[in-house]
Write a protein that binds this ligand. Structure first.
Ligand code: NCD
Ligand code: ZN
Length: 324
């Protein structure tokens, strides 16, 4: 297959940051995608509908005129989030979803949730009003090995949430393990998962190839090859519970190449061709449209995009092969 036409994709998990970085990175997403869910982990985080509206205006101002792109804003859940405020911001359209960060799990998650029991009433409200919950699924206990934190979160916390709120629309974000694939596949119908291009293309060896590679450091951290294989299988399977969330997460170069470098991989620029190459390697190009353009809107009960994109196979993809 030399050429495919598919529905224009969406990105269900992006970090745009703010100010100069925001202006620099938005065109990289808006050129390829129709919609994106915009993460709220700024400093300070987006805690209210008003903050989300102000941030949305800055995002919209940075979109190049030629691009038809719609940001979907999110609220950062804390143990102090006001139930009424949460409900209002969702119902008046200021935000599309709320993001649950276990405190300390990742970049700018310090204000996140320490004790899940304290946000049970918020989850209950979200379940009642149909507000999507986006979950960073890792425990933060320093005694748990960093490679096992996703599995522990599933067993300890996610399973409890799913059982308590079977109606809650949940996205387990950027899954990295075979355990997550299995749990989501077998889990209730309202549970889906996003997968990033880097967790599909790379395993944990990539972080240490010839030396330490800070640009391949992200959270959840890259895992063993068997987990990468399981993610690729899930993404290319056609199962509608799995869809693209790039987790494109820009950091300044000196913050990545540092004594204590930041977690996050910026991938917006090359994400779509990398995925096309990955799917082609698996002889699964016909499933690409489901993964990047159809399964997300199905989970969120949104219309599919009308615009189409064409992908053409050429020799210029050598740069991507380097990482595959
Ligand atoms: C993200 C960031 O930099 O904001 N980092 C990352 O490693 N993925 C936060 C996140 O999504 O975990
Ligand atoms: Zn993220």
């Amino acid at each position: 297959m030399k050429k495919i036409e598919i529905i224009k994709p969406d990105d269900w998990h992006v970090h745009f940051r703010d100010n100069d970085i925001l202006k620099a990175v938005i065109p990289e997403t808006s050129r390829h995608f129709s919609r994106a869910i915009v993460m709220p982990n700024l400093t300070p985080p987006i805690l209210t509908g008003i903050h989300a509206n102000e941030y949305k205006a800055r995002v919209i101002a940075a979109i190049p005129k030629k691009d038809n792109f719609f940001p979907l804003m999110t609220l950062y859940l804390t143990e102090n989030t006001n139930k009424k405020e949460l409900k209002q911001s969702y119902e008046n359209g200021s935000v599309f979803a709320a993001k649950l960060y276990p405190a300390g799990a990742t970049t700018n998650s310090e204000s996140g949730v320490q004790n899940i029991q304290n946000i049970i009433p918020l989850l209950e409200t979200m379940s009642e009003i149909g507000m999507p919950s986006l979950i960073h699924g890792e425990v933060t206990d320093k005694n748990i090995d960093v490679f096992d934190r996703e599995k522990f979160f599933i067993d300890k916390t996610l399973d409890m949430i799913c059982r308590k709120f079977p109606e809650l629309r949940i996205t387990l974000e950027h899954i990295t393990t075979d355990d997550a694939v299995k749990y989501v596949k077998e889990g209730n119908i309202n549970l889906s998962a996003t997968i990033t291009p880097h967790h599909l293309a790379l395993n944990r060896n990539s972080m240490f190839e010839g030396g330490i590679r800070p640009h391949f450091y992200c959270l959840p951290i890259l895992k063993k090859e068997k987990h990468r294989k399981s993610l690729v299988k899930a993404a290319t399977s056609g199962n509608r519970k799995f869809f693209l969330g790039t987790d494109t997460a820009p950091h300044l170069k000196h913050d990545k190449e540092s004594e204590c470098g930041c977690a996050g991989i910026f991938n917006a620029t090359y994400c779509v061709p990398i995925l096309a190459q990955l799917f082609d390697n698996e002889n699964a190009l016909p499933q690409l449209e489901g993964f990047i353009s159809k399964n997300g809107p199905k989970h969120y009960d949104l219309n599919m995009n009308k615009e189409k994109i064409t992908l053409i196979k050429s020799n210029q993809n050598l740069i991507f092969k380097k990482y595959l």
